[in-house]
Write a protein that binds this ligand. Structure first.
Ligand code: NAI
Length: 317
């Protein structure tokens, strides 16, 4: 297979002054991309700022003969980051929503400020950058978006209600972007990585950290960003050399008939059937808008179809 080149492609990588984003930047540049290295250079909790973080990466790219420009804006000023891309390189083809902070706290103790700030940087920041890039994607009939979720966004994690909420929000965000962008050759996917960085270096033991290099995450990000890849609206877990796809699974479910009462007690009685995954499906909700696919979609619509019109027989008396 020939090398996946990014020659003349313009990529914005947010939070690219360190960790995963830095490594992505170097790799995109090595393959010919023009890279906007965005980072406001703050602390892990989002405090402060320093232009040095992005500058170091840009200098490294340039020293290796690559093309890059530094951008020090907060992702919440997404339009300014896209402006940097357009001013320097004429457009933007790829957005890697990677910037992030941590403000961990048990839910009992979390403050509204810490809850909102984490949602702001991860989720609203991704929204702002992506929305500013969207018109360019549509106009040129080409765009790639990679959102960065986390295992905490998929499964939850103690002390991270803010982070988990933001990270699972990024999944839904990409899933809908994928639908809306499909006909413009815009593809949006999400990764849930685990990697060695300042986010993990105080949490995980050194022998594990050693195996979690960013070079094991970057290949998937590069592939999902390439014009050859048609993957859209999907979620991937990636760490330590493992690459896997995550998808939803729905139990076979129970279809209550009109002659059954729709009550909490009826649900309780059949709850073990509701939880039974023996006949499970992998739902493809609205992925395919062909009427037949929509027809096949969910037990919900199936139930609606099978009920006689204006049926009230199951309503509580
Ligand atoms: P990192 O802390 O090295 O990188 C995050 C970067 O984002 C930092 O350089 C920081 O200055 C920048 N940043 C923070 N707020 C910003 C803002 N408002 N505007 C612009 N830049 C901002 O950590 P790492 O590990 O490289 O994280 C990258 C992404 O991967 C994050 O979204 C993180 O949540 C996610 N992630 C990382 C995991 C890991 O194991 N390292 C696990 C799961 C997700």
């Amino acid at each position: 297979m020939s090398e996946l080149s990014f020659k003349d492609k313009v990529v914005i990588i947010t939070g690219a002054g360190g960790g995963l984003g830095k490594y992505y930047s170097l790799q995109f540049a090595k393959r010919g991309a023009k890279v906007v290295v965005n980072d406001l250079g703050g602390a892990l909790n989002g405090a402060g700022g320093d232009s040095a973080a992005a500058d170091v990466v840009v200098n490294e790219i340039k020293a290796a003969g690559g093309i890059a420009v530094a951008d020090y804006n907060n992702v919440l000023d997404g339009e300014k980051i896209v402006e940097t891309a357009v001013k320097n390189f004429g457009t933007v083809h790829i957005v890697i929503n990677n910037a992030g902070i941590l403000r961990d706290s048990s839910f009992k103790k979390i403050t509204e400020k810490d809850f909102k700030l984490v949602l702001d940087v991860h989720l609203n920041g991704a929204y702002k950058v992506t929305q500013a890039a969207w018109p360019y994607f549509r106009k040129q009939g080409y765009g790639r978006i990679v959102n960065t979720s986390s295992p905490a966004g998929l499964y939850g994690n103690f002390g991270q209600t803010n982070y988990s909420a933001a990270k699972s929000g990024l999944i839904g965000f990409a899933e809908t972007l994928a639908r809306e962008g499909e006909r413009y050759n815009i593809r949006a996917n999400t990764i849930a990585p685990l990697a060695r960085s300042r986010m993990t270096e105080t949490i995980l033991p050194p022998p594990i950290l050693e195996k979690l290099g960013p070079e094991k995450v970057a290949p998937l990000v590069l592939y999902l960003s390439h014009e050859e890849s048609d993957v859209n609206g999907e979620i991937f877990e990636v760490a330590a050399g493992f690459y896997g796809q995550i998808r939803w699974e729905r139990s076979g479910g129970v279809l209550f008939k009109p002659d059954e009462t729709f009550t909490a007690e009826a649900v309780a009685k059949r709850f073990s059937e509701i939880l039974d995954f023996d006949d499970s499906k992998k739902p493809e909700l609205l992925k395919n808008t062909h009427p037949q696919a929509l027809n096949d979609y969910a037990s919900l619509t199936r139930a609606a179809r099978e009920l006689p019109p204006n049926d009230n027989s199951g309503a509580p008396k």
